[in-house]
Design a protein around this ligand. Structure first.
Ligand SMILES: [Zn+2]
Length: 400
């Protein structure tokens, strides 16, 4: 049992790796929530205890199975983001193989990953589809609640049911997140950021999010009125318009850097050209253009200083949906210098001489994530091909 103290120090609770697991009498989806993947983000753990406790005490009928899981137990106990390494940056295939298969466990977070990995695999083996993985976080700056996700059409479609801003493409910048790993397995997965770490509203926002998610996934039967009420509460919590945004810049903090954000920036804030953003090694870093700032860092631990985001035009969202559905990539391989990497036809190998005619956003449009392989080649991996669409086709949200 791990003692978890809320960041406001007003509450404490005890938690195991599995906070709770409820199996309904009737069939249905399997919904897995994570809280405290970052140990200083305790709101999710308290919210999960609250909702699952209420389901038990009111004997609410559950369809399928619900899991509430603690992420980083060691860091939750010590009330820090992580102990040795960020648990939400190490879910990379080679790393997982070393930890889980070869049992090369050198520090606390590798041990946490090992336990979480085995638990997730066990759930996928024993429980029934459709699967949903929802990860609860909080931020170090003031923020209106929002959703982050890996950009697949399946995730987009699911997430668009929440009256919240949705941020696409974080996986391009931030490597090794738990949700990216799960998304690559093909399941619906998204992150919910409920507020500032020590803001009491973060717990309330997480509770509303969990309850609404349970109705959206049809794990709980709810009246139309109750669904509307929950949607209203979530919409009320948000001060940002319900739009899709994309990340187009991340400020990396190198280990040798001394980084300090100027005080007072809130998430989603528009900053005019020339604004001092942060002190990097004692030098003021200014906005070279008008920017919309995202996740400014106001804590010691963390390697991402801030991001810039912009709203995605509706036409772009529409076009990318069409292009992905019509599999334009299958036409692309007819071009000289573009080939499938293997017969699986999910990864393109592009000759640099050809690749320079394409922008990163062009690959995004087609649902590909591009990275430089060597100086002659670019490899672009399709994020759509893994999606397990067929598991979700009978759900209400999929058919809306
Ligand atoms: Zn977090």
């Amino acid at each position: 049992m791990t003692l978890v103290q809320s960041m406001t120090l007003e509450k404490n609770t005890r938690s195991n790796r599995v906070i709770d697991h409820i199996k309904g009498k009737k069939g249905g989806p399997t919904v897995v929530f994570f809280g405290g993947v970052h140990g200083n983000e305790t709101a999710g753990v308290f919210a999960l205890k609250n909702v699952f406790g209420e389901i038990r005490s009111q004997k609410t009928q559950v369809n399928g199975e619900l899991y509430a899981i603690s992420g980083n137990l060691g860091a939750l106990e010590s009330r820090q983001r992580f102990q040795d390494e960020d648990l939400n940056r190490i879910w990379l295939p080679e790393r997982i193989e070393r930890i889980v298969i070869n049992n090369e466990i050198h520090h606390n977070e590798e041990n946490e990953l090992n336990q979480l990995y085995l638990l997730v695999q066990d759930i996928l083996k024993k429980s029934n589809p459709p699967f949903y993985f929802l990860d609860l976080h909080t931020t170090s700056s003031d923020t209106s609640p929002f959703i982050v996700l890996n950009d697949s059409l399946l995730n987009r479609k699911y997430a668009s049911n929440y009256p919240l801003p949705i941020i696409l493409g974080i996986e391009e910048y931030l490597k090794g997140a738990l949700l990216s790993y799960i998304n690559e397995l093909g399941y619906v997965s998204l992150g919910f950021e409920s507020g500032r770490h020590d803001d009491n509203k973060a717990i309330k926002n997480s509770i509303d999010f969990i309850r609404y998610s349970l109705t959206l996934t049809q794990s709980l039967d709810a009246s139309g009125r109750e669904v509307k009420r929950l949607m209203g509460e979530i919409a009320k919590s948000s001060k940002v318009s319900q739009k899709f945004y994309e990340i187009y810049h991340q400020h990396d903090i190198e280990p040798e850097n001394d980084f300090e954000m100027y005080p007072g920036f809130a998430n989603f804030q528009m900053v005019p050209k020339g604004t001092n953003l942060a002190l990097v090694d004692g030098v003021a870093l200014k906005a070279t253009k008008k920017r919309q700032i995202f996740m400014p860092l106001y804590q010691k631990q963390g390697r991402e200083g801030f991001y810039f985001i912009r709203p995605i035009p509706k036409t772009w969202l529409w076009l990318s949906k069409k292009l992905r559905r019509f599999k334009v990539d299958h036409i692309l391989v007819k071009l000289p210098g573009v080939d499938w990497e293997t017969d699986k036809k999910d990864t393109l190998m592009v000759d640099q001489r050809v690749a320079r005619f394409f922008t990163k956003s062009f690959f995004h449009l087609l649902g590909y994530r591009a990275r430089k392989l060597d100086k002659n080649h670019l490899v672009a991996k399709n994020r759509e091909s893994a999606s397990k669409h067929e598991e979700y086709t009978k759900t209400l949200w999929f058919n809306q």
